[in-house]
Write a protein that binds this ligand. Structure first.
Ligand code: ZN
Length: 263
């Protein structure tokens, strides 16, 4: 009996020694270390991407300006058809806020989000008291060979029941914009997906061949109509900083996805 007792005691002692050396706390510490190393490596990768992203230029055009300019300008290079150089835009039915004010507010939010992602960002205007026509805005982005132009607008209709964001892109079947259609369309699709995922009501992507700002563009361009100023609720929503941020975050995420694919 004594022999067995000794054997059992020895086994227990060996067991304690084995458990002791494989100290679970130090093991936990080791794996935590490994995990944080993994995260660190991912962060480093992100950092590398950011360096690449710095080479991309995104031009933001906050639509309209304080005083419209009704003087005509050609709707496309070499076209005899003309339109007003630029209008002052719509006004919010509830907020009474002019569209040019809302557009610059949202554009500034978008600028900060995109800069936070590491991109170069330029704006066609950062104040209201300017006179830059739609063709001139397009040419500013052309001159800088922008990788993407985002035009920020808000809709308005006689029908106050109509709501939702719309995404406008240059027409495929247009001699002025067929060459920028594919890239613009690709970016628009990604922006639309991000908006839908964020729970934003999107009416769709619409081709337009009548917009001066598109026809003069030599670089990909997407116009975001954020919603309807003519709808009481949506007008107020668009001025809500949280909604504005959510909207612009999804635009920025879509642009980021587009540029990543392009890279
Ligand atoms: Zn507008």
């Amino acid at each position: 009996m004594k022999k067995y007792r000794l054997l059992v005691t020895t086994i227990i002692a060996i067991g304690i020694i084995i458990i002791g050396t494989s100290n679970p706390i130090s093991n936990l510490y080791k794996s935590t270390n490994l995990i944080s190393k993994g995260i660190q490596q991912k962060d480093d990768k992100k950092q590398d991407n950011k360096t690449n992203e710095k080479n991309f230029l995104i031009y933001i055009d906050p639509g309209h300006q304080e005083k419209g300019d009704p003087n005509p300008e050609p709707v496309a290079p070499g076209s005899s058809q003309t339109k007003a150089r630029v209008s002052s835009g719509a006004t919010g039915i509830a907020t009474k806020k002019p569209e040019y004010v809302l557009n610059l507010e949202a554009s500034t939010v978008l600028k900060h989000i995109l800069e936070g992602k590491g991109y170069n960002v330029m704006m066609t205007r950062e104040t209201h008291d300017v006179n830059i026509s739609n063709a001139e805005r397009a040419r500013l982005a052309n001159d800088k060979k922008a990788d993407m132009v985002i035009r920020i607008h808000a809709d308005s209709l006689d029908n106050s029941g109509k709501t939702g964001a719309s995404i406008l892109i240059p027409a495929k079947e247009s001699k002025y914009t067929s060459n920028i259609y594919d890239s613009s369309s690709q970016c628009a699709k990604l922006v639309k997906n991000q908006m839908t995922n964020a729970g934003i009501n999107v009416n769709g992507i619409f081709e337009r061949n009548d917009l001066t700002g598109f026809n003069w563009s030599e670089v990909p361009v997407v116009l975001v109509e954020m919603g309807f100023l003519s709808n009481y609720n949506e007008d107020q929503m668009m001025s809500n900083p949280d909604y504005q941020r959510k909207l612009m975050q999804s635009v920025a995420d879509g642009v980021e996805e587009y540029l990543r694919q392009k890279n």
